[in-house]
Design a protein around this ligand. Structure first.
Ligand code: NDP
Length: 400
């Protein structure tokens, strides 16, 4: 029987909601392109309820304990005295989320001789040292597509919020003001602007599709070019590198995975080639942008705004400069964990566990590392190496 160690974010401050604003969530059966939503043999939760926080347990306890396994759920993940570090020693399976990542560094993998499977309840497995996982024969899997559309909606929201200066305007209302000029002195229309995405995978393409009706010029760069019919349907301009794309864009959205090839991509040099007053939205991973370069660009006016929901490390310490830099629209890492998304990634996590315990193949699209190498989606979208360096800084976060 296996020990499953599951790290989830904290419950709401007042405990799990007693009721929710809506009674149901829409039933989504498949994603664009035809991939089906998760197909576990059953679920023991109510879709639309909180599953991603500690007490939600991803709806897994009944299923796992019914099969004789041990489930440990904790949010205490950082530092050598954390429950995660203590429980890891004899864990067979680790489940973690990008929102509240249990960083699985090489040192931690070394301390977990039984570890066979690391599941990301969501998308993005850069919190795992993929190189070390491969070397130790640990399979890494994530619930591909489960929250891609959720993130694309957040990206569109953040682009509009920055360009139209929504957040400061809301602030004037809350403070009792009617300061129209103060609200609009940084407010523009998105119409007519050039918007480019770094990567046109599941999220990037969904962002492009959602932006088309806004009457913008659409640009993209990716390692593989999209089919010609998609390019012409959306009126896309392809650039063969990020460096070639960003100087022509008013808005840039980052939708590539984090791996050594994308770490620190947006540094002073690259941001310095962007138009004065460009907007940058990063919901991919914090480490793709150099922290201080973003702050400098906002202070100098090179960037008119920066938004996103991804930071490094996570959770971000209280003194993280992105909390206080000017003209930002940051949220904590929430875009992929709406109540709608939680139902899908919880079901997908269960599907992966069922495959693992029954010795059935995990869907290729869910695999990141398998058989000692990048596999499935991992082989297509990631690059070799490790992007967890510096993650011990997450232990500086203090709960409010
Ligand atoms: P996909 O795998 O569908 O797409 C990733 C795309 O990135 C692929 O098309 C890949 O290219 C491309 N790519 C990789 N390296 C580069 C590069 N150097 N330059 C340009 N393009 C590149 O993933 P998703 O769209 O579903 O997710 C993307 C990322 O978004 C995830 O890896 C994760 O980090 C983040 N994410 C964030 C969430 C949040 O809550 N904020 C939730 C979900 C995901 P190709 O395959 O063509 O080689």
């Amino acid at each position: 029987m296996a020990k499953i160690l599951c790290v989830l974010y904290d419950d709401p401050v007042g405990g799990l909601p007693l009721e929710y604003p809506r009674d149901t969530i829409p039933v989504i059966g498949s994603y664009p392109g035809g991939q089906t939503t998760p197909t576990p043999s059953g679920i023991d939760f109510t879709p639309g309820h909180m599953l991603g926080s500690v007490s939600g347990e991803l709806g897994l306890r009944h299923f796992l304990e019914g099969a004789g396994h041990t489930l440990v759920v904790t949010s205490d993940k950082d530092g050598p005295d954390s429950r995660f570090e203590r429980e890891l020693i004899d864990a067979d399976v680790v489940i973690s989320q990008p929102f509240w990542p249990a960083y699985l560094t090489a040192e931690r993998i070394e301390k977990a001789p039984n570890l066979k499977l690391a599941v990301t309840a969501g998308i993005g497995s850069d919190h795992v040292d993929l190189q070390a996982a491969a070397a130790h024969g640990v399979t890494v899997a994530e619930v591909t597509y489960s929250n891609s559309i959720s993130v694309s909606e957040h990206v569109v929201m953040m682009i509009l919020a920055l360009v139209r200066n929504y957040i400061p305007s809301y602030g004037w209302v809350v403070r009792g003001g009617w300061n129209i000029a103060d609200c609009v002195d940084r407010s523009y229309d998105l119409e007519g602007m050039a918007v480019g995405t770094v990567a046109a995978g599941r999220i990037g393409t969904a962002v492009l599709r959602r932006l088309k009706p806004f009457g913008v010029e659409l640009h993209y760069t990716d390692r593989h070019r999209l089919p010609e019919d998609v390019e012409s349907e959306l009126g896309l301009t392809f650039h063969d590198s990020t460096e070639a794309m960003v100087p022509v864009c008013d808005v840039v959205t980052i939708n590539a995975p984090l791996y050594p090839g994308t770490e620190g991509l947006f540094d002073d040099k690259l941001i310095g080639t962007m138009k004065r007053g460009a907007y940058l939205v990063n919901t991919a991973r914090g480490k793709i942008c150099n922290t201080e370069a973003v702050v400098r660009a906002l202070e100098s006016g090179r960037l008119a705004g920066y938004a996103g929901d991804v930071w490094f490390p996570q959770p971000a310490p209280e003194d993280h400069p992105w909390r206080t830099m000017p003209h930002h629209g940051m949220t904590p890492h929430i875009s992929g964990t709406s109540l709608s998304a939680q139902a899908r990634y919880a079901a997908g996590t269960r599907e992966i566990l069922e495959c693992f315990f029954e010795g059935r193949p995990i869907r290729d699209e869910y695999l990141i590392v398998d058989g000692g190498r990048l596999a499935g989606t991992g082989a297509h979208s990631y690059g070799e190496g490790n992007a967890t360096a510096g993650s011990e800084e997450a232990s500086r976060f203090k709960r409010g």
